[in-house]
Design a protein around this ligand. Structure first.
Ligand SMILES: [Zn+2]
Length: 270
């Protein structure tokens, strides 16, 4: 079983006869996210197959953690190209349909699902998004019907946040697409590989509470730590959260190996 980091919270997990993608977003159009002002809401959404196709050709599942612009925009193209089933909330799937994703590949989940496939399982958990000083950026839901086509990043609302646990053989991999979580939903899961995002400054006791709920994973791999206005084809540029996360993990979970995987690199848990 191998994980490959495709930048931001994009992961390709290969093994057990399957390929699973989490939040695949490779176009990385310029957003201004990591400037003091943050991303302007009127930045146009772009999805460019020329930046996606060299890296992604097959997948059985695409797991969406939330609806934001650095997670969702490339999913319609990748779903069409691979034929993968897309798991997400009602809002995520409605936004994806509005962006042209094939409706018959959409798989509505809400947290609590435990899917058995041939050789692996996928569990879905209710989660929650980080905030900036207690306020969610680009909040909202798009229930019931397909909205008009999203054009700018503010059109891609969060639409609930999900966490995923993938089990291939005897290896459990957990992913959070944002620096927040719901303790009671994940209590006792004991993943072997934890993909965790830095930040969480507005989340009470972020890292200690997470490890209190999850135990001490063998491997902790940072995700979503690169400035995605920088290219995927160069080494990742830390937006400033990596060393704080490393220190917090060392304190909360001293027996875990903190493994930094760079852009496009692979990691195989032993
Ligand atoms: Zn987000």
């Amino acid at each position: 079983m191998t994980l490959r980091w495709l930048g931001n919270n994009s992961w390709e997990i290969t093994g057990g006869g399957t390929v699973i993608l989490i939040d695949p977003w490779l176009t990385r159009f310029h957003t201004g996210t990591y400037t003091p002002e943050g991303a302007p809401p009127d930045v146009r959404i772009v999805s460019d197959p020329a930046r996606i196709d060299p890296y992604i050709s097959t997948a059985k599942h695409i797991l969406v953690t939330h609806g934001h612009y650095d997670h969702l925009p490339d999913v319609p193209h990748i779903a069409r190209r691979t034929g993968a089933t897309v798991m997400g909330s009602e809002t995520h799937l409605n936004l994806l349909r509005a962006l042209g994703a094939p409706g018959d590949q959409m798989s509505l989940v809400r947290g609590g699902e435990y899917f058995q496939f041939d050789g692996y399982t996928i569990q879905v958990f209710r989660s929650t998004h980080s905030t900036q000083g207690g306020k969610l950026v680009f909040p909202g839901t798009r229930p019931a019907s397909v909205p008009k086509k999203p054009r700018v990043i503010a059109d891609l609302v969060e639409g609930d946040t999900l966490a995923y646990l993938i089990t291939i053989g005897d290896v459990k991999i957990m992913n959070f697409g944002s620096s927040n979580f719901i303790s009671r939903e994940i209590e006792g899961l004991r993943p072997d590989v934890l993909l965790v995002q830095p930040g969480g400054g507005s989340t009470h006791d972020y890292v200690p509470r997470m490890f209190a709920a999850l135990g001490e994973p063998r491997y902790v791999i940072p995700t979503h730590w690169d400035d995605f206005d920088e290219p995927l084809t160069a080494p990742a540029v830390d937006w400033g959260g990596l060393e704080t996360l490393r220190a917090s993990v060392a304190k909360a979970s001293p027996r875990s190996s903190f493994v930094v995987v760079d852009h496009l690199e692979r990691f195989t848990p032993r």
